[in-house]
Design a protein around this ligand. Structure first.
Ligand code: AHR
Length: 518
């Protein structure tokens, strides 16, 4: 197993300009995703009112408390692939009368619809998170989607508002984010880009803004680097991009385009590799894949720039994260995997890329929040485990709605040869908010520490404080019995003549905060 050997320290120099503000880092880049898949919703968020696990109206409170501590900005639901099989009317009204259905994508299990619209909206209220609801475009109807948004957001005596009241909710909810299907090229209907683009416009047109509720409609986008898909969706916006806002009466269409990108290390879909048992070669291949997200974001952004130089259409990465083989003995359709220091570093490099592309990338959602894929939380009965990925979200929280700052490597960055490619093993980004600067630093080298010298220009530095997340082994992970992957203060930080020097342990993620002034 991979441990941090006593390899000699590597060095990197970087320049941080605190007086050159870049674009705002939208807090929705720290978004989440909850699908009816495995134990994400059932057992993860929802235990039911009769559970021995402490809950409020069926929603488990330990999960809520842990997520509130992250200031989670939004939650996407009900899928994923599940969204295009979901009929919302099956999930409202008295629970004991709700029809069941087969969750054909995930484990072929029977879904009892006990967690539906009201339960999801109550969850968002408890979390203080904005709902991102994905409409069923693949197997649903335009009318069904139109009535769902009326049910959710209309205040007057309309038929759907009346139905909502009959089901116990008087006031409309606010629903800012509205997804137009999911992966239409695959599980969401097996369509081509042009066919989907027409459908997206049709569904968008009938997904109305009721009262004060203004929908940000997100068209389902490409897999990975399928830039052509993005291009077709941009062309399809056509005249709506000519002038004025992208939305408006009669021109609802869509305001953003999504894409999905998972970090998959193994050579085939059936051999993605173990989440916890991997060698150094596999570790570096994972890092190479993870760093590749930046090229893909830039690719989609470039296509969008050609049609929309003013950046009125948002780019949304509404599924990202690692995807490994399921834990031995678990249902293959439940996508349950452990989460190690490696996952934390994957998250860290994703956030650095998000911050650098904050001018176009407006939202991102990790897949998924609890018990599925790169989860930030794992539950087992009444126990709750904070994964290494959770700690990256926590340490990076200050970037939400902050102003990005340019951080530039001076000279050569440390790197490793991985097959035919070169992996840069230093990753970093920075932002400022309320007179404080937050710098995120990753040392991706599995064995060698890294001494980082940060030359701060454009403002004085005071009261630096650093924290680090790591463990002895890059495969270390947290369980109910032990939590070797934890955050601690990083004492090895020095300030001299405006240069901050910190030594990062091998395979570690660190944050440095400091105040700036003249
Ligand atoms: O997150 C798991 C699945 O991955 C989602 O349901 C789907 O959209 C994607 O393929």
């Amino acid at each position: 197993m991979l441990t941090a050997a006593a390899a000699p320290a590597q060095r990197v120099q970087a320049v941080l300009d605190v007086d050159l503000p870049g674009p705002r880092i939208n807090r929705h880049l720290y978004g989440h995703f909850a699908e009816h898949l495995g134990r994400c919703v059932y057992g993860g968020f929802w235990v039911g009112e009769d559970s021995a696990v402490p809950n409020e109206a069926g929603i488990r409170l330990d999960v809520v408390e842990a997520l509130r501590a992250l200031d989670i900005p939004n939650l996407r639901w009900p899928g994923g692939c599940f969204a295009d099989t979901y009929h919302w009317r099956d999930g409202v009204g008295p629970r004991e009368q709700r029809p069941t259905m087969v969750n054909s994508h995930w484990g072929d299990v029977v879904e009892d619809n006990s967690f539906g619209t009201h339960e999801f909206m109550a969850l968002c209220e408890l979390l203080g998170a904005a709902p991102y609801v994905s409409a069923n475009v693949g197997s649903g109807t335009v009318r069904e989607a139109a009535e769902w948004i009326e049910y959710l957001t209309r205040a007057d005596d309309s038929p759907m508002a009346r139905l909502r009241r009959a089901n116990g909710r008087d006031e409309p909810w606010s629903v800012p984010f509205w997804g137009l299907g999911n992966e239409p090229w695959g599980c969401g209907g097996g369509m081509g880009a042009a066919a989907y683009a027409e459908l997206a416009r049709q569904f968008g047109t009938y997904s109305l803004d009721h009262g004060d509720n203004h929908l940000y409609r997100i068209a389902a986008g490409a897999a990975d680097a399928d830039y052509r898909w993005t291009e077709v969706l941009m062309q399809n916006l056509g005249r709506y991009l000519g002038a004025g806002p992208v939305s408006g009466h009669g021109t609802n269409t869509y305001q953003a385009i999504s894409f999905h990108h998972y970090t998959i290390t193994g050579p085939t879909w059936d051999e993605k590799g173990s989440a916890t048992a991997f060698d150094v070669g596999e570790y570096y291949r994972t890092m190479l894949k993870a760093r590749g997200v930046e090229r893909i974001i830039a690719g989609h952004a470039n296509v969008m720039d050609a049609y929309d130089p003013d950046k009125r259409v948002g780019l949304v990465l509404d599924e990202w994260g690692t995807w490994f083989d399921v834990e031995p003995g678990t249902n293959p359709g439940f996508l349950f995997q452990q989460n190690t220091v490696r996952d934390a570093l994957v998250a860290a490099v994703h956030f650095d890329a998000f911050h650098r592309h904050a001018d176009r990338l407006v939202m991102a959602n990790i897949a998924q929040t609890v018990n599925v894929l790169q989860a930030v939380l794992l539950t087992d009965g009444d126990t709750l485990v904070l994964t290494p990925t959770y700690h990256v979200f926590a340490m990076n929280k200050g970037h939400q709605d902050a102003t990005s700052l340019p951080l530039t490597v001076r000279g050569a960055a440390p790197s490793r040869r991985v097959g035919e490619e070169e992996l840069t093993t230093f990753s970093a980004s920075a932002s400022t908010k309320d007179g404080q600067v937050l710098v995120s630093l990753s040392n991706l080298d599995a064995e060698a520490p890294l001494e980082v010298s940060l030359h701060v220009r454009g403002g004085a530095v005071s009261a630096p404080h650093a924290r680090v997340l790591t463990a002895d082994r890059v495969s270390d992970h947290n369980t109910a019995a032990s939590t070797p992957v934890a955050v601690r203060d990083l004492d090895e930080v020095h300030l001299r003549d405006g240069v901050l020097t910190a030594t990062l342990p091998a395979h570690s993620f660190a944050t440095v905060t400091f105040a700036t002034g003249d």
